[in-house]
Design a protein around this ligand. Structure first.
Ligand code: GDP
Length: 608
């Protein structure tokens, strides 16, 4: 009896885990969430599901009912009071649920479309989950789209699969194996959930359909099993407030409000709170703690109910004076009787300052701007992995002053005069200024796309510089003259390429020994055409049959028989600048043999 009492008490002391849904666009995140929330009329309403601010709460009773089909032996025992699922699926919510670098999201569902496999945002989600060490399961969604699938609404997956034809079962297995392989390529071991022997080592894949509801009972059960197995320790209810701002919104009648997920502790009306704002810490008093009114309360004028206090885990809207400029992703701290307000202000500001200080020490790099602390952090992490240097960091919409700041790069390092903007608006004036001054602004709501735009931009810059430096780039060659067809203006000679490759545009020189012991470089001009059998060709490679080469020069050209002789070897006229140019822009196009030839030519032209 004593033990039972202890167990009961500890259960009371557990709070509900917080769950986020992540995944690529159109995989069915929203639909899955709707389906879980949906009440099941025939089997009696799963009691007590409550709509909160930014989240839906599933009490133990509702979870029991929703998992009943896959718990007929009653072996699965619920140890947590309930489950809080964040209503806005996606990165944004996940990355904003943060506190001191760790995630307030206890568990996640990564949704993958079984017909599409892993997509760009799936990979991004996996990276976020890995970085934040968040346990997750995978919903392999849209199984009803397997050709020939016969549905049984809201069924457990194993039972449904057993009812399918051999063909459907085979297709399912194939896709499952493909998915497992794709996961292993990303460094995750994944297993079908009922074949998974170790939740700690393998990610569980749960096939689901958000349309038929199949597999959803399994998914819920698994989420709770995983939380209970892996993290009961971190679900102990604490009296210390742990809360984070998920959204900042103006609401008629309330002014600027913040939507907060309270993951631990109690918030009370009148509490003095500190959050991070764009202009520094905001310290204010909670005027109202709001939750949505349920249908029957709608006769109440407002769509919100006022609460005297709320207890974790809970999604709540806070109305308070002075919340303009509050930043989503910021921590929310409560000023206790023994707390120094300024200490707390410094603490919340530190979260922002830490991100602002993550700029390259060289002062060269792109400008980065994002909507929230969470997305800014995720973006900076991503750019770091891609080795893209960052010089300026900002939060909120892009204004002219941000573009001007970025513009300082035009002088220092023009390639980096680029703004990477994540999920924010760009002010008209800022846009116009950018266009006038040649500053690129890339906007996206998928981090990955920003990387793609930036990579493309860098390639274009390289292409432009290559084009500009085309005359400077000299590919090496050595030519043996076999005939002189025209002595000068223009020179036309028949040659064999004895080393390297001869290209149209290459400057040609002879190097003559002077009787005095020194040498003289005779510049013949540039190759304007290469012909073999009266056909123009762009390049003649070492060892290929002889070609006729026309060499032209702007000024007066040297003449065979005077400044040079038919017996003189001809060389591409390389220089320090031409070598540097090849190194910078044509590295991939220069072969090893060509590099060796360049090295051989260097002493000839006195290049060190
Ligand atoms: P989200 O962008 O990940 O939130 O995706 P949505 O929930 O908006 O779903 C995208 C599209 O896929 C919608 O047209 C859904 O009806 C469809 N969809 C979602 N889940 C399923 C599913 O399980 N089966 C089928 N056949 N379609 C689905």
């Amino acid at each position: 009896a004593h033990q039972a009492a202890l167990a009961a008490r500890s259960k009371e002391n557990l709070r509900s885990p917080i769950c986020c849904i992540l995944g690529h666009v159109d995989t069915g995140k929203t639909k899955l969430l709707d389906k879980i929330r949906q009440t099941n009329v025939q089997e009696g309403e799963a009691g007590g599901i409550t709509q909160q601010i930014g989240a839906t709460y599933f009490p133990g009773e509702a979870i029991k009912q929703k998992t009943a089909v896959v718990n007929q032996d009653g072996k699965f025992e619920l140890k947590v009071p309930g489950l809080l699922i964040i209503d806005t699926p996606g990165h944004e919510s996940f990355s904003n649920l943060r506190s001191r670098g760790s995630s307030l999201c206890n568990i996640a569902i990564l949704v993958v479309d079984i017909m599409h496999g892993l997509e760009p945002q799936t990979l991004e989600s996996m990276k976020l989950l890995r970085d934040r060490k968040t346990p997750f399961i995978v919903a392999l969604n849209k199984i009803d789209r397997l050709y020939g699938w016969k549905k049984v609404d809201n069924n457990g997956f194993q039972e449904s699969l057993a009812l399918q034809s051999r063909g459907v079962q085979n297709e399912f297995r194939n896709r499952l194996e493909q998915t497992k392989l794709a996961f292993s390529e990303q460094g995750f071991n994944a297993e079908l959930f009922y074949e998974n022997k170790s939740m700690a080592r393998y990610v569980s894949l749960v096939p689901t359909s958000a349309h038929t509801g199949e597999g959803i009972p399994d998914m819920l059960k698994l989420i709770l099993q995983l939380t209970q197995e892996r993290m009961v320790g971190s679900l102990m209810y604490l009296s210390e407030v742990q809360a984070t701002v998920l959204e900042v919104k103006a609401i008629e009648g309330f002014g600027m409000t913040i939507d907060v997920i309270l993951s631990n502790g109690i918030l009370r009306e009148g509490d003095r709170i500190v959050v991070c704002g764009v202009e520094g810490a905001i310290t204010t008093n909670i005027r109202a703690l709001l939750t949505p009114a349920v249908m029957k309360e709608l006769r109440v004028k407002s769509q919100y109910v006022h609460n005297k206090e709320v207890k974790a885990a809970m999604g709540v809207k806070i109305s308070a004076p002075g919340l303009d400029g509050a930043i989503a992703g910021s921590r929310l701290l409560v000023v206790g009787p023994d707390d120094d307000e300024e200490d707390l202000e410094e603490e919340v500001e530190a979260d922002l300052n830490k991100l602002f200080s993550r700029v390259s020490t060289s002062g060269r790099g792109v400008s980065v701007q994002a909507s929230t602390l969470g997305s800014l952090e995720a973006l900076l992490d991503f750019l770091k992995d891609c080795k893209i240097p960052v010089a300026n960091v900002g939060i909120g919409p892009v204004f002219k002053r941000d573009v001007m700041q970025c513009g300082t790069m035009l002088e220092k390092s023009p390639d980096y005069a680029v703004m990477l903007c994540f999920d924010i608006k760009v002010d008209k004036e800022a846009q116009a200024y950018a266009e006038e001054n040649g500053i690129k602004i890339f906007m996206a709501d998928i981090i990955y796309h920003l990387f793609d735009s930036f990579t493309k931009h860098m390639e274009e810059q390289l292409e432009k510089k290559k084009e500009e430096s085309k005359l400077l780039a000299v590919f090496p060659c050595v030519l043996n003259t076999v005939a002189v067809f025209n002595k000068t203006g223009p020179i036309v000679v028949g040659v064999d390429v004895v080393d390297g490759n001869l290209r149209v545009g290459t400057p040609i020189a002879a190097v003559r020994q002077l009787p005095t012991g020194g040498k003289e470089v005779v510049n013949l001009g540039r190759v304007s055409s290469i012909e073999r059998d009266h056909k123009q060709i762009p390049i003649c490679k070492k060892g290929q049959p002889s070609v006729a080469v026309k060499i032209e020069m702007g000024g007066s050209q040297p003449t065979y028989g005077r400044q040079l002789e038919e017996t003189d070897m001809l060389y591409s006229l390389v220089s320090r600048a031409s070598i540097d140019c090849l190194k910078e822009f044509y590295r991939k196009e220069v072969t090893n043999d060509e590099w060796s030839l360049i090295i051989k030519l260097k002493p000839l032209f006195d290049i060190n």
